[in-house]
Design a protein around this ligand. Structure first.
Ligand SMILES: [Zn+2]
Ligand SMILES: [Zn+2]
Length: 557
């Protein structure tokens, strides 16, 4: 039994109010001391426009670092980047034991080996469907279908009762690989009693049920069979069921499968090792692409999100060293465009069409299904598990509120909506009790910087409005000892009136300096500030934009 005063708490430190960067923690104990269990440690991807130079966004783990001695383990539900992508960068500070199933562990190992200098990180591999203890938490894995092999929901049993952390899931009776979602186990949990469900909200706005992977496989088979020229299929590399469907379709059409792109090669290797491509023919390397007749190849390519360095973007620009497409060839986007990537994907599609290539997307054909539950699937889950509390997670505000509404409509007694950092007591007496430090950290090159650090904002300003550098040399008496040096970077050369912008800036510098009272000219800070203001103002008067301006005042003796 629970000690008096002890409680079970939950807090999302990432993944709520956003899709990405998942990190949830569960705590057992009381406000003075709790044992913490972490679930997932993922990243978000930055869009170049908003965060120039930032590759990844990671959760701020200040709180876990403070509580490091009480952190008993990290369980990974599955191997998507939004669930395990931050481990390489953050684990060295945490040094916490990791638990996950074989495919996720193998994918993680392959990823670690592909990054030079990555730390050696031990992983405890647990079987699918297994039950194990992590500190005071009794954890049981529940197999669920998703868009990657081995997605797991977690039943977490505690002295206060059992909770269900769904992870990413959907219902698919014919998932191509792996077992369907373990309905029987979820119903047993409902019988046993479930105090709370923390659930995937990604597709809570969508009516009905998602189609099956098997339906997608049928469409792909048809599209590959009827193609006359070369076929290239792009999909998320980790979608092994999709890779398998393409391979089966290719064999039926008497075509070889060629793997293009490092991320794809890595997943194929891991899937072979872990048995998810058993019975599938060997794939060929890129080198044979040019030798095979067009109607004998299917290329499996990375780059479905328009990533400029991935295989498909280079093919679309006719820049790929091995893979060249011609008019009449067919490219299938077996993927969905993640919001924010529309421009990049559009650029790739247009590049292909300009080469005379036929492009097929999920707008016209069932060539992709999401890995997340729609409304009818969410309702099934809630009816099976019958939780007393639902906490919507894994979604933006709209998805969370739709999930909350659906849970209320189904008759869940208590729905708790939260934000990253909210500490929620699940038992006894459920409700929000505190706020934990949380936030985002940027990976900028090899360095992690706080999201409120100046650097990224400065870079954004520079990219928007350019830069003026001014150097002034002053004598001891406060006179200019030489002509000021003024340089403009990223600013239009000529004003609308035809005057060089450099002259405008130069005149502003000289006039401002000369208008300063003699006494003030001797103070370098006063001079610098006055010049900076006037240069920015003068340029704005002509251009309509204020540049970043640095003024260096040197005293010459
Ligand atoms: Zn996922
Ligand atoms: Zn996810």
């Amino acid at each position: 039994m629970a000690d008096p005063g002890d409680e079970l708490v939950f807090a999302p430190l990432g993944g709520v109010g956003e899709i990405g960067m998942n990190l949830s923690i569960y705590g057992l104990g009381n406000a003075r001391r709790r044992s913490w269990l972490a679930i997932d440690l993922g990243v978000s991807f930055a869009s170049e426009e908003h965060l120039p130079g930032v590759d990844l966004i990671l959760p701020d783990i200040r709180f876990l670092l403070e509580e490091r001695r009480n952190l008993v383990g990290l369980v990974l539900t599955h191997g998507h980047e939004d669930h395990f992508g931050a481990i390489l960068d953050l684990w060295p500070q945490l040094q916490v034991p990791i638990y996950t199933t074989p495919f996720t562990a193998a994918l993680f190992a392959a990823k670690r080996l592909s990054e030079p200098g990555a730390p050696d990180i031990p992983v405890n591999v647990v079987p699918l469907d297994s039950r194990f203890n992590v500190g005071p938490f009794d954890i049981e894995l529940v197999t669920v279908t998703h868009s990657i092999p081995e997605s797991n929901a977690l039943i977490i049993r505690t002295p206060h009762g059992a909770v269900l952390h769904t992870g990413d899931w959907k219902l698919d009776p014919t998932p191509v690989i792996g077992s369907p979602t373990d309905e029987a186990k979820l119903k047993r949990l409902g019988e046993e009693g479930c105090i709370a469900l923390m659930g995937d909200s990604t597709n809570a706005v969508r009516e009905g049920r998602s189609p099956s992977e098997a339906d997608v496989a049928k469409t792909l088979a048809e599209l590959i069979k009827t193609a006359r020229g070369r076929v290239a299929v792009t999909t998320f590399a980790s979608s092994v069921s999709r890779l398998r469907s393409v391979a089966i379709a290719a064999r039926a059409a008497d075509r070889e499968v060629i793997v293009v792109g490092r991320a794809m090669e890595r997943v194929v290797q891991v899937a072979r090792e872990t048995g998810y491509l058993d019975g599938v023919q060997d794939f060929r390397g890129m080198d044979v692409f040019g030798y095979l007749p067009p109607d004998k190849v299917v290329a499996l390519c990375t780059g479905s999100q328009g990533e400029p360095r991935a295989a498909l973007a280079r093919i679309a620009e006719n820049q790929h060293p091995e893979i060249v497409l011609s008019p009449g060839d067919r490219v299938i986007f077996s993927s969905r465009t993640i919001p924010g990537n529309e421009k990049e994907v559009g650029r790739v599609i247009n590049g292909l069409i300009n080469q005379g290539v036929e492009v097929i997307t999920d707008r016209t054909h069932l060539v992709h299904v999401s890995g997340h539950p729609r409304k009818a699937e969410l309702e099934d889950m809630l009816r099976w598990v019958r939780p007393r509390i639902v906490v919507p997670v894994h979604g933006e505000a709209l998805h969370l509120s739709e999930h909350a509404k659906l849970a209320r409509d189904v008759g869940v007694p208590k729905v708790i909506t939260c934000r990253n950092g909210d500490l929620i007591r699940l038992a006894p007496d459920p409700g929000k009790i505190d706020e934990l430090p949380s936030g985002r950290v940027f990976k900028d090159g090899n360095i992690l910087v706080s999201s409120d650090s100046r650097t990224v904002g400065e870079r954004r300003r520079l990219s928007f409005a350019g830069y003026v550098s001014v150097a002034l040399a002053l004598t001891e008496k406060g006179a200019l000892s030489a002509d000021p040096d003024v340089e403009l970077v990223g600013i239009p050369e000529v004003s609308p009136g035809g005057e060089p912008m450099a002259d405008i800036a130069y005149d502003a510098v000289v006039q401002t300096f000369e208008s300063l009272p003699k006494a003030k000219r001797r103070d370098p800070d006063t001079v610098a500030e006055a010049v900076r203001r006037s240069v920015r103002g003068a340029i704005r008067a002509h251009w309509g934009k204020k540049p970043v301006c640095f003024v260096h005042v040197l005293e010459v003796r």
